[in-house]
Ligand binder design. Structure first.
Ligand code: NCD
Length: 335
């Protein structure tokens, strides 16, 4: 795996498969044990830097690091020196001085995670940069779909709602297609990015387009990113045309949503409460997938670093990286 995870395009299809395999084989079951902790990243430091509100992403990154036994520090912009005018560059340089292994960053501006990566030796994980990307959400969504459908090749997914302001949509359009799925975008023209067809997805403007889909992926109205209030003529009209309920589904269709859900806006309450949606499975997957990503970033790069620094012989290099991986990979519950 790459040094950083800034975009879903940092990962090949094979690397995505390999992260998903690590998540399901090593980490999914851990949550069901009494002792939910392994010593895998003991002695490593993870700093979670959140400049935007978050429940699922921040909780799961924090829990993931803690369950891997890393030292995890959470910095929230509203209680840090950011409120005293410190720039993102200076905050990154400050945090970098503690020599963290991983920095997880969520920020309202596109490109913030890439920017942070220029000022730190830590691995950087993008936990959402404005309407840019949200690669770990994409991975957990692919994981959840894999749990439900097994074979993703040719699976038809409709992404519905405020696509224009959604980093989840930007990562998922690319990630889903990379895994062989067919993507359709369903939204009013005012909530679609200009030139979105270039990303290879079909476009439709009414919920009739949900017929024949396997998966319906709902998005919230992300009003915090609406520079003006005029993206839809009225919320009432939007709800009348785009709020998805059970009556819109046909047998076997499954509904995903990254959360937070807004009942009665993009999803009817009865659908939110039905087992036709995979929303809580997505939340559960988020923890296992984020553990897998942090584990792979550290282990793969530690192995690569050791192999590169060993000039004695390729045989010796292989042995050195193997030993280190075996040591870190000791997935035994901490007693
Ligand atoms: C998404 C996000 O923050 O981009 N949520 C999440 O990470 N679970 C989607 C959203 O906020 O609507």
């Amino acid at each position: 795996m790459n040094w950083n995870l800034l975009s879903i395009n940092d990962l090949s299809r094979d690397e995505i498969e390999s992260v998903l395999a690590t998540a399901s084989k090593d980490f999914l079951e851990l949550s069901k044990r009494d002792i939910k902790k392994v010593p895998t990243l003991r002695g490593r430091t993870i700093i979670d830097l959140f400049y935007e509100k978050s429940t699922r992403t921040s909780t799961s990154f924090e829990l993931a690091g803690k369950r891997l036994s890393a030292d995890v520090i959470n910095v929230k912009a509203d209680s840090s020196a950011v409120g005293k005018g410190e720039s993102l560059k200076d905050t990154t340089l400050t945090i970098n001085a503690y020599r963290p292994d991983i920095i997880v960053i969520r920020h309202p501006h596109v490109g913030a995670a890439a920017f942070v990566s220029r000022f730190t030796e830590a691995h950087v994980i993008n936990a959402g940069d404005g309407k840019g990307e949200h690669p770990t959400q994409c991975l957990l969504d692919i994981f959840s779909l894999r749990q439900e459908f097994r074979n993703l090749e040719g699976l038809k997914v409709a992404i519905v709602g405020d696509i224009l302001h959604s980093r989840v949509a930007r990562s998922n359009i690319q990630g889903f297609q990379k895994m062989g799925m067919k993507v359709k975008l369903v939204a009013p023209p005012s909530l679609l990015p200009r030139g979105v067809e270039a990303l290879g997805a079909e476009v439709a403007h009414s919920l009739e387009a949900l017929a024949g889909m396997d998966v319906i992926y709902l998005l919230r109205m992300q009003t915090e990113r609406h520079e003006s209030a005029n993206f839809v003529p009225s919320l009432r009209e939007y709800i009348a045309n785009y709020c998805v309920g059970r009556r819109h589904l046909t047998k076997g269709q499954r509904v995903l949503h990254p959360g937070p859900i807004n009942r009665g806006v993009e999803i009817e309450a009865a659908l939110a409460d039905s087992n036709e949606n995979l929303i809580l499975q997505q939340v559960e997957a988020g923890l296992a997938v984020r553990m897998a990503i942090m584990y792979r970033i550290i282990v793969d790069n530690a192995a690569a670093g050791e192999a590169a620094s060993d000039t004695a012989s390729s045989l010796h290099a292989g042995a050195a990286s193997g030993a280190s991986e075996a040591e870190i990979r000791n997935i035994q519950a901490v007693g």
